[in-house]
Design a protein around this ligand. Structure first.
Ligand code: ZN
Length: 317
């Protein structure tokens, strides 16, 4: 094995109402809307990208808001939680903020030695904040309602539920270049080469659990970083050598993607670090306009007519 992934590139989830989604991730969690676009495979639906100030890989949580979809069914074969890193000592700020914003959260727990608080977004997506001072690429967003010193620093880990752990473990360690870190309270942790945001994937084996299903409040897929096309091609070949069926490369305009289902059924993506979200917008105005990739631009009028109105939330301190 010559090629490795380097942590989470982005995680894509399914939301309900797009305005409620935007109000929560920008207005409450303080992330920046770095791209307002459409689902390239279903352009009557938004695709909203929330990240740090510049859209660093590993900070980017994206949503397809499908208000008419059924709620997700938690179960095996899905990613079932996403955690964000916050600076050590920032949990008290966040509990006060959640109290003020009427966001329910759970009692603090320790995971792999780190203080963690779990909560859900307005559509039921399980999230967590983890106190961690690990080094990562992060640019604070000055216009965030959350003060710089408490902002979410990027993703920390994703949690997978698997009916059988061994085939997934083999993929992660032998074909994606991750390292087995250890076990904590039934969760097995794997670390991606290179560190940074989203370097952990935690998996739990639940042999008698029912199969999960996509829906609102669920994770659609987890994308892993590859530096460039050559590395993506190399990792793709390693995935194929395990008997899995990766797609050909698909141009997502801001990055290039290959998709495949891991052995337990979770949809994974390999996404290139570039070109990046400032390819078609000035960095100071990210997310303000509806951006379409060039091949959908000729259909802008029809697409805009199908999309519900969406406004940036008024920033609340
Ligand atoms: Zn993706």
């Amino acid at each position: 094995m010559n090629h490795s992934v380097h942590g989470i590139h982005h995680v894509t989830c399914i939301a309900g109402d797009p305005q409620e989604n935007l109000d929560f991730y920008v207005g409450v969690l303080g992330l920046r809307l770095v791209k307002k676009s459409v689902n390239q495979d279903a352009p009557d639906t938004y695709h909203l990208f929330f990240a740090d100030a510049v859209g660093n890989p590993g900070t980017d949580l994206t949503f397809f808001p499908w208000a008419q979809m059924e709620p997700a069914r938690r179960g095996v074969g899905l990613a079932n939680e996403i955690s964000f890193a916050i600076p050590v000592g920032a949990l008290d700020f966040w509990r006060e903020r959640f109290d003020a914003q009427q966001v329910k959260y759970d009692a603090e727990e320790i995971r792999f030695g780190e203080k963690t608080v779990t909560f859900r977004d307005p559509h039921g997506l399980p999230l967590a904040l983890v106190e961690s001072n690990d080094a990562r690429d992060f640019v604070a967003w000055d216009a965030s309602p959350v003060p710089t010193e408490f902002q979410l620093r990027g993703m920390h880990a994703v949690r997978l539920w698997e009916r059988a752990l061994a085939p997934t473990a083999k993929l992660l360690t032998e074909h994606l270049g991750m390292t087995y870190i250890g076990e904590d309270n039934g969760w097995h942790r794997y670390g991606a080469d290179g560190g940074g945001s989203g370097k952990w994937v935690d998996a739990q084996e639940l042999p008698s659990e029912r199969r999960g299903a996509w829906g609102t409040g669920g994770v659609h897929h987890v994308a892993w970083r590859v530096r460039d096309d050559a590395e993506q091609f190399g990792v793709r070949a390693q995935v194929e050598s395990m008997g899995l069926s990766p797609t050909p490369q698909i141009d997502r305009f801001w990055f290039r993607s290959v998709y495949f289902k891991e052995p337990g059924g979770v949809l994974f993506e390999l996404a290139t670090d570039g070109p990046g979200f400032d390819r078609d917008e000035d960095m100071s105005h990210l997310g303000e306009q509806l951006i379409l990739p060039p091949w959908l631009e000729p259909h802008r009028a029809q697409i805009e007519a199908m999309l519900p109105p969406l406004e940036l939330p008024r920033v609340k301190a």
